[in-house]
Design a protein around this ligand. Sequence first.
Ligand SMILES: C[S@@+](CC[C@H](N)C(=O)[O-])C[C@H]1O[C@@H](n2cnc3c(N)ncnc32)[C@H](O)[C@@H]1O
Length: 286
Amino acid sequence: MTGYRPGVCHSVRVGDWAELNRRNWDERAGPHAASVEYAVERYATEPEFISDVVRFDLPRLGDIRGLRGVHLQCHIGTDTVSLSRLGARMTGLDFSTTALEQARALAQRAGADVEFVHAEVYDAVDLLGAGRFDLVFTGIGALGWLPDIRRWARVVADLLAPDGRLFIREGHPVLWALDSPRPDGLLALEYPYFESAEPTIFDEPGTYVETTHEFTQTVTAEWNHGLGEIVTAVLDAGLRLTMLVEHDSVPWEALPTQMDRLPSGEYRVRDRPERLPHSYTLQAVK
Ligand SMILES: C[S@@+](CC[C@H](N)C(=O)[O-])C[C@H]1O[C@@H](n2cnc3c(N)ncnc32)[C@H](O)[C@@H]1O
C-alpha cells in the first residue's frame, strides 16, 4: 500500500503472485489483531462497537438488517463483525488462514454469528454458490491484490441475488498511484493508474499499523485499477451503478507526515487536500 512502501521493485513470475501475497497477509494478521488501530478488544467489551470504516459509510449503507451479506477479503473480520452488528447475516471470505483464525476468534469474543470461509476471491462462487447474497461488501485495500478487475466484477455479479447490491469503499486509484511521501512534499504519480498485465512488485518492511513485529514476508505483487476500469467492469458484469462518491479522506495514514487525522478518525492530506481524491464509495445493483 502507498505510504510505507519504499517502492523497491524486483522481478517475480506472475504465476507466483497469489502465494507471495498470501504469505505476506498470513504474517500481517497477528500484528494487525494486536494493534491499537484494529481495536479488536473493543468488539468484545462494547456490544455496540463498530469499525470506523463501516461507521463512515452508515448513511450510504442504509438499513441492512436481515440481508444475506458476504464480505470479500474480510481480513481479520472487524468490518464483517460490524456489518453483522448492523443486522446483516454475514459471511467473510479471505485466502489467509491466519487472518481467518483471528476473524473467528474476534467474532466469538464479540458474540457475532458470522461464517468465515477460506478461498481465493476468484473461487468465491464455486465455494459459496451463485445468487446467494443480497449484499457484497469489500474494499479498503482489497482490489489492489487482484490482477483482473473484470473477472472480479463477474464474481461479484454471480454472487448476488437479483436486486442484490455491491458496496465498495476503497482507496482511490489516484492515491494508489502516488509515490511515498517525498521530502519536498510533492504529490507525485509514480506507479500505474491503469490496470497492467504485470504486477508492481513492492518490498516493504512494515505494514499500515504501528507494530514492533519484524516482518520476513515483505515482497508483494499489486495491481491498480483506474476508476473508469472499475465502473466499466461493474457495468459490463450486468450491474447498474447507483452511487459513486469520491471522498477527501481515507481510513488509514496513507501518506505519513503529509496527512492530518480528522475528528472522524480518517486521514486527509494537509496541504491543499482538494487536489487529491483520497477514496471512494461505489454502489451497484444487480
Ligand atoms: C487490507 S485487507 C482488506 C480488508 C479490510 N479492509 C480490513 O482492513 O480489514 C486485504 C485482505 O485481502 C486478502 N486477500 C488478498 N488477496 C486475496 C485473494 N486473491 N483472495 C482472497 N483474499 C485475498 C488478504 O488476505 C487480506 O486479508
